[in-house]
Design a protein around this ligand. Structure first.
Ligand SMILES: [Zn+2]
Length: 182
């Protein structure tokens, strides 16, 4: 089985998509950095990983990857809001999510909230999010999109920067466990 780890948005390429911008950061850059931290941990654990490329549009990545029912599919994003005090971690799952997708997403958002010391905003299905339909959710396996914290909140970012490595280790542990389920 293979795990698929991607970074929301793309910082390079013909059509750059920086994602949200806040406090001097581009979401795409933060997501790539965190993806790489998690991938290093997964490789230490001998988990087979496929990632998106930094210049690759999400649609092209989704076309390229071949997921199956036992795959773990995870993408990292950062949330943004008008209010600089909006805070917390959120996990998103598909409208067709099953028990495993739910359990996987719940563990991801709980560990993110506890390691970073920010609010747990819970698990949302794509229809309850403001993001509409998410292409990622059409992939097979255990699929989640994790919004690590708010890029628009300086305190969230400070906590994220201080704890991102510890969080990457914990998330790799969760991914490995779900990867070994099937
Ligand atoms: Zn995003």
């Amino acid at each position: 089985m293979t795990t698929f780890i991607s970074a929301g948005h793309n910082p390079k390429g013909i059509k750059i998509d920086p994602g949200a911008i806040g406090n001097g950061y581009h979401e795409a850059d933060l997501a790539v950095e965190f993806r790489n931290l998690v991938v290093v941990e997964l490789l230490k654990r001998k988990v087979k990983v496929i990632t998106d490329n930094d210049d690759e549009r999400l649609g092209d990545y989704l076309k390229r990857i071949q997921t199956g029912s036992g795959s773990v599919v995870l993408e990292f994003h950062f949330d943004a809001a008008e209010s600089p005090t909006a805070t917390g971690a959120t996990a998103l799952i598909g409208n067709d999510a099953d028990r495993l997708d739910n359990a996987f997403a719940k563990e991801l958002v709980e560990i993110t909230s506890s390691v970073l010391g920010i609010k747990n905003r819970g698990v949302l299905s794509e229809k309850d999010s403001h993001r509409g339909s998410l292409g990622l959710m059409r992939e097979q396996g255990m699929v989640s999109l994790l919004e690590l914290c708010f890029i628009s909140n300086p305190d969230d970012l400070k906590k994220y920067q201080a704890n991102k490595k510890a969080l990457a280790v914990k998330i790799a542990g969760i991914v490995e466990r779900y990867e070994n389920l099937m």
